[in-house]
Ligand binder design. Structure first.
Ligand SMILES: [Zn+2]
Length: 298
C-alpha cells in the first residue's frame, strides 16, 4: 500500500520532467514546422507572383503586337486615303512628312517590359488613336466629296450616246457634206446601223420629242444644271416630252430623218447659251468632273 503510494508520486515526478522535455521538443518541432509551412506558403506565392509577372509580360508583348498590326493596317488605309485625296485634287501622290512620322512609331518595336517601356507603348497608342481619328474624319470627308461628285456626274453628259462611238464628223468648222460649203458643225455625227439604240448621256427631263425641221425626229433633254443635249435624225423616238430619263436609258433609234445623207446620230451638247464640243465632257469621271466643269463654265 505504501509502496504503491510512494511509487505513484515518483512516477508523476519522472513523468513531469519527461512531459516538460517532450513539450519543449514538440514546441521546437512545431516552430520548425510552422517555419517550413510559412516558407512553403511564401515560396508558393512567389512562384505564383512570377507566373503572374510572366503572364503580364506575355500580355504586354501581345499588346505591342496587336498595336503594330493595327498600325500596319492604318498605314495601308492612310496611303489609300492620301492617293484618293490627291486624285480628287488632280495631283499625283507623294508621301508627306507627316506620313513618314507616322510610319515610324519608333518606340513601339523596342519597348522593353518595364514601366518606361509601358509608358512608351501607351504614348504610341495615344499617338496612333489620334492619327486614326484624323484619318477617319479625312476618309469621311473624302467619301462625302466622292458622293457629291457622283451626284454631279449623274447630270453631266459623260457617256457615249451609242454603243460604239464612231465619229464621222466632228465639232467645229468643216466642209458641209450636203453642199460642199465651209460651215460650223455644232455637234458630233456618230455612225450607227439603222435602229441601233440611242441612250441619254445623263439623267434629266425630256423637253422635246418630235420633228424639228432639218434635225428630223429629235429628242432634247434638259439636265437641270445648264446642260441640255440634242439627239437628231432618229428613225423613231422611245420617250415623250415631260418624261424623266436616267443616264444610259434608251431614248431613240438611229435613222436618217431630216436633212441628212444617211443614217447617223447628230449629237449636240449645250451649256447655257453656248454649244460645246461634246468630247469636252465625254468620259469625264469623278476625278476630273470638277476641273472640267469649271472649264465649261468659263
Ligand atoms: Zn451633224
Amino acid at each position: 500500500m505504501f509502496m504503491t503510494e510512494r511509487r505513484e508520486p515518483r512516477f508523476f515526478r519522472f513523468s513531469s520532467t519527461a512531459v516538460r522535455w517532450s513539450l519543449m521538443a514538440s514546441g521546437v518541432l512545431l516552430l520548425v514546422l510552422t517555419l517550413w509551412v510559412a516558407r512553403y506558403i511564401y515560396l508558393e506565392s512567389e512562384v505564383r507572383n512570377l507566373a503572374g509577372v510572366k503572364q503580364m509580360q506575355e500580355q504586354f508583348e501581345a499588346l505591342k503586337q496587336d498595336l503594330s498590326d493595327e498600325i500596319e493596317k492604318f498605314q495601308a488605309l492612310q496611303e489609300k486615303v492620301r492617293k484618293l485625296e490627291n486624285q480628287l485634287k488632280g495631283k499625283s501622290y507623294a508621301p508627306s512628312r507627316e506620313d513618314a512620322e507616322t510610319q515610324n512609331f519608333p518606340v513601339l518595336k523596342g519597348a522593353p517590359f518595364s514601366p518606361d517601356g509601358m509608358e512608351d507603348v501607351l504614348q504610341a497608342y495615344k499617338l496612333f488613336t489620334s492619327r486614326r481619328g484624323e484619318l477617319e474624319s479625312q476618309y469621311n470627308a473624302l467619301n462625302e466629296e466622292v458622293a457629291q461628285r457622283l451626284s454631279l456626274l449623274e447630270y453631266v453628259p459623260s457617256i457615249p450616246p451609242t454603243s460604239t462611238l464612231s465619229i464621222s464628223s466632228g465639232f467645229g468648222y468643216r466642209r458641209n457634206p450636203m453642199n460642199g460649203r465651209i460651215d460650223f458643225h455644232p455637234g458630233l455625227d456618230i455612225r450607227g446601223d439603222p435602229l441601233d439604240l440611242v441612250r441619254a448621256t445623263a439623267s434629266g427631263t425630256v423637253t422635246f420629242a418630235g420633228w424639228k425641221g432639218g434635225y428630223g425626229r429629235t429628242v432634247v433633254i434638259d439636265h437641270g444644271n445648264g446642260f441640255v443635249t440634242w439627239f437628231a435624225h432618229n428613225y423613231s423616238l422611245l420617250v415623250q416630252a415631260g418624261e424623266r430619263v436616267k443616264k444610259g436609258q434608251a431614248i431613240a433609234r438611229i435613222g436618217s430623218s431630216g436633212y441628212t445623207t444617211g443614217p447617223h446620230l447628230h449629237y449636240e451638247v449645250h451649256y447655257g447659251e453656248k454649244i460645246i464640243d461634246p468630247r469636252i465632257v465625254l468620259n469625264v469621271n469623278v476625278f476630273t468632273v470638277k476641273s472640267i466643269l469649271s472649264r465649261v463654265r468659263r
